[in-house]
Design a protein around this ligand. Structure first.
Ligand SMILES: *Cc1c(COP(=O)(O)O)cnc(C)c1O
Length: 458
């Protein structure tokens, strides 16, 4: 083991060098992948030296999400203390289902959940768990809402068509989960949004009323705190009033930007959160922990237990349910995702997490200001969003983003809203500073001038 730790440390140094000097790895086409890297698994093992060589090559070719050139997705960067916690979790290798095998790690998870509940404004009957990702957090919320509406479904199955409401801009996991848990994709109603991509509460009300009249059983509204493309925040307060009127479970999907609960400057974006029934947040997005670190909390502690507990005599042999976390989780054996957010939180405090969140908005503001003062750009996103959406000199966004990646310049993606396609630069990467934002535009402009503009003007 000592040798492997030494090798790990050596490989980390190689990774850090690569992040600095080749921040966007040269992409390997899928057809070349198995020719260029030795990925095969054979009857005989590999000598340590050969394994090391192969691992080095794999590291060099793997996309560098912690580099300063990564703007592609809703995560990125690396915060030392959070990585430390995750590495420790691997070495400790506990399963979070019982206090007997996880001990203080259970206390750590419960502490994180308790503090998140407080920040969300949830009352003392609240509880939560860590899910294997934001999509699964949404699924857990959907299952709780379904069972809360009708407690016999878990035993007997569905007997009526039940409907879910979510905005057109919400994450695809809502439809996928509806398919997975027997509700059916056809029973997901897509609510219209305003021109900023925020759900319209009056359209929601109309859709619910129509379904009631048509004999459906509405049970869940999903509001989004930070939509996946535009980073828009649904008006939770207005939506919660519709939910109250029709007695519907309100879930707030904060996978992307739910981290604003840490910021005194930005928590107004989730105003009314305390009226929701459940809330999910991915610490691996705004809070900068390694993947994955997905938290789902609810104000209905009993419902969490009813929906996810199952007797298992071979497993639950000591301690009370409150410390046997398998009684509230999706999985049986479950990795310790709590330690990484705890080590980070413990080391920098709630104020430090607030700074991390505020910094992302500051970076987005710098990017938007740059775009607005430059006539070659068109801006498509709005204030208070860390997804900065734009086009440059009318170059098709997908061509520009793909060319930047293929030429190892920048990793940035594109998105679409109201049929308009644009570059989506995400400023969530925790290593970014003002000069990195400006360098992004400089790189993009130089690249476009050299490689793209001839094509589009011909
Ligand atoms: C990222 C995201 C999810 C999915 O989270 P995963 O951890 O990737 O499964 C769900 N909802 C929204 C709004 C997201 O941005």
């Amino acid at each position: 083991m000592q040798n492997d730790i030494a090798l790990f440390s050596e490989l980390c140094d190689i990774l850090f060098e690569a992040e600095k000097h080749q921040p966007v790895a040269e992409p390997i086409t899928t057809s070349q992948l198995y020719n260029q890297l030795n990925l095969s698994l054979n009857a005989e093992g590999t000598l340590d030296e050969d394994l090391k060589t192969t691992l080095k090559q794999i590291i060099k070719s793997t996309p560098k999400t912690a580099s300063k050139s990564f703007f592609n997705q809703l995560f990125g960067g690396r915060i030392g203390k959070a990585s430390l916690g995750d590495l420790l979790a691997v070495m400790l290798n506990n399963s979070m289902y019982t206090y007997k095998v996880a001990g203080p790690q259970v206390g750590i998870e419960k502490q994180v959940l308790k503090n998140i509940c407080e920040l969300a404004g949830y009352k003392k009957n609240s509880d939560g768990t860590f899910a294997p990702g934001g999509s699964m957090s949404n699924m857990m919320a959907m299952i709780m809402a379904r069972d809360y509406e009708n407690g016999s479904i878990g035993t007997h199955g569905l007997t009526r068509l039940m409907t879910i409401y979510t905005s057109k801009e919400s994450h695809y996991s809502i439809s996928k989960n509806a398919a997975l848990i027997g509700i059916g994709r056809n029973q997901v109603r897509l609510v219209n949004t305003n021109q900023k991509g925020e759900m319209l509460a009056n359209h929601l009300d109309l859709l619910v009323q129509k379904d009631i009249n048509d004999g459906y059983e509405p049970f869940l509204v999903n509001a989004t705190a930070g939509t996946t493309v535009l980073g828009a925040f649904d008006d939770i307060e207005a939506i919660s009033k519709v939910c109250k009127k029709h007695k519907l479970w309100l879930h707030v999907d904060g996978a992307y930007c739910g981290g604003v609960i840490f910021s005194n400057n930005y928590k107004h974006l989730v105003k009314g959160l305390e009226h929701s029934d459940s809330f999910s947040v991915n610490a691996h997005k705004m809070l900068g922990t390694p993947l994955s670190c997905s938290i789902i909390i609810t104000q209905h502690k009993a419902q969490l237990r009813q929906s996810f507990s199952n007797e298992a005599e071979y497993l639950y042999q000591t301690d009370g349910d409150d410390f046997n976390l398998g009684k509230t989780s999706m999985q049986c054996g479950r990795r310790n995702d709590a330690l990484k957010i705890w080590t980070l939180w413990k080391s920098i405090g709630t104020n430090g997490l607030e700074k991390i969140v505020d910094k992302q908005f500051e970076m987005a503001n710098i990017a938007r200001a740059y775009i607005m003062k430059n006539d070659d750009y068109t801006l498509y996103s709005f204030d208070d969003s860390i997804s900065v959406c734009f086009n440059y000199k009318d170059i098709p966004a997908n061509e520009l983003c793909t060319a930047l990646y293929q030429n190892s310049e920048l990793m940035v993606g594109f998105g679409k809203f109201n049929n308009q396609e644009f570059v989506r630069m995400v400023t969530i990467n925790s290593v970014l500073e003002k000069e990195d934002i400006l360098a992004f535009f400089e790189t993009l402009e130089a690249f476009a001038t050299k490689h793209m503009l001839k094509i589009t003007t011909s």
